[in-house]
Every structure is written in structure tokens, then in C-alpha cells.
Design a protein around this ligand. Structure first.
Ligand code: FMN
Length: 213
């Protein structure tokens, strides 16, 4: 009888040990999975940091003013195609449709465009240009020239070391006078030839132009 009890006890102990070992293996395997997950997550954190570093690298900015949305549409396509950032220049006192009436010799825009010393105040928050090496500057043509708020913009920033590419939309007028005025008033930046677009410009045309730069 004693031998039977001893045998049964040994068997129970063996079974307990086997169960414990199995459970240890399971725990170890769980710990390994966690460790692996932690290391994957560390790797992910590192990648994010590197990605942020990459994101902080120099890139292009599209800064634009648009009163009725045409230049904005072009600005958005350039932003998309050039993988750039976008910045809207808004007027502190927004332009109403009466302000934009070019048939009225007393409208705000007619008066502003008749006086090239006017500098309408910008309403949008100032942007840090530090990380941008190329700046596209977009605007509509008003009375053959740049809206005076664009002069406010270029005179508010130091464009030294930046490549500046002006673009505009217009009914038919070219960008030449506006680009010359802006370059002269900016007094800094490496200004490239500007490009005028019509309201009907396609994404393809804009993309083709970007490839030539
Ligand atoms: C006050 C004013 C003056 C304009 N003067 C001209 C002009 O001299 N030549 C031209 O081709 N288009 C002229 N336009 C048309 C605009 O350049 C054109 O509609 C432009 O695409 C509008 O851009 P936006 O929608 O981004 O404001 C003028 C428009 C306004 C409101």
C-alpha cells in the first residue's frame, strides 16, 4: 500500500512539474511576443523621428493671394504636384465685390492700383520661411499689375537665399510687369521667370510647367 501511495505522489509531482513547465513556456512566449512588440514599437518611434527629420528638411512653399478663387485653384494644384506647403495671404480687411469693381473709378481696388505706395495690411498669421528654399508666389492681375497686398507680402519677409517663382492668373494680361515690380520691391531672393495662367488652365499644363523648373 505504501508503495502505491509513493508512486501516486511521484506521478502527481511529475504532472505538476510538466504543467508548470508548459505554463512557463507559455509565459516566456508571451514575454517574447511583448518584447518583440516593444522593439517593433521602438523601431516605429525611430522611423517617426527620422520621418519628422525628413519633414523638417527644406521644401517648397506656395504663398498666394486670391480674391475670387481662381489663383487659389492653381495654387492648390502646384502645392499638390510639387509636394509643397501652402500659405494663403489674406487681407486684414477682406475685399468685397464692390471693392473689386474695376468699372468703378472709386472702388478700393481701383484706388489701390492707382497708387503703388499703398500697402494693404495682411490678415493671415505671419509664416516662418526658414525651412523653405523655394517659394511660389501667386496672385491675380489687377490693372496689369500685382495687387498691392503682394507688395506688402514681399516687403515683409527676407527672401535671401530663396528661389522665388511668381505665378498669376488673369483675364489676358501677362505677369511681366507684376513680376518686375515684386522683384524690385522684395530686394531679396533669386527671382525666376513668372508664369501666367488662365482660369481654364488644366492640372496637366501646370504639371508640365513645374517639370521645366
Ligand atoms: C480689380 C480687378 C482688376 C483686374 N484687372 C485685370 C487686368 O488688368 N488684366 C487682366 O487680364 N485681368 C484683370 N482682372 C481679372 C483677374 O486677373 C482674373 O479674374 C483673376 O483670375 C482673378 O483671380 P482670383 O480669382 O484669384 O482673384 C482684374 C480683376 C479685378 C477684380
Amino acid at each position: 500500500m505504501k508503495r502505491i501511495i509513493a508512486l501516486a505522489t511521484t506521478l502527481v509531482m511529475i504532472l505538476m512539474f510538466a504543467g508548470c513547465a508548459a505554463s512557463n513556456t507559455e509565459n516566456q512566449s508571451k514575454a517574447e511576443t511583448k518584447a518583440a512588440a516593444a522593439s517593433t514599437s521602438e523601431a516605429a518611434d525611430t522611423t517617426t523621428a527620422e520621418k519628422n527629420d525628413t519633414d523638417n528638411s527644406s521644401k517648397a512653399l506656395v504663398a498666394y493671394f486670391s480674391a475670387t478663387g481662381t489663383t487659389e485653384r492653381v495654387a492648390k494644384v502646384i502645392t499638390d504636384c510639387a509636394n509643397a506647403d501652402i500659405y494663403e495671404i489674406t487681407a486684414a480687411k477682406p475685399y468685397t465685390s464692390a471693392d473689386l469693381d474695376y468699372n468703378d473709378s472709386n472702388s478700393r481696388t481701383t484706388k489701390e492700383q492707382n497708387d503703388n505706395t499703398v500697402r494693404p495690411e495682411i490678415g493671415s498669421k505671419k509664416i516662418d520661411l526658414e525651412r523653405y528654399d523655394t517659394i511660389f508666389i501667386g496672385f491675380p492681375i489687377w490693372w496689369g499689375e500685382e495687387p498691392r497686398i503682394m507688395d506688402t507680402f514681399v516687403e515683409s519677409y527676407d527672401l535671401t537665399g530663396k528661389t522665388v517663382i511668381p505665378f498669376c492668373t488673369s483675364g489676358s494680361s501677362s505677369i511681366d510687369t507684376a513680376a518686375d515690380n515684386l522683384k524690385a520691391n522684395a530686394k531679396s531672393g533669386d527671382w525666376k521667370d513668372g508664369r501666367r495662367f488662365s482660369a481654364e488652365v488644366t492640372k496637366n499644363e501646370i504639371d508640365e510647367w513645374l517639370k521645366t523648373l
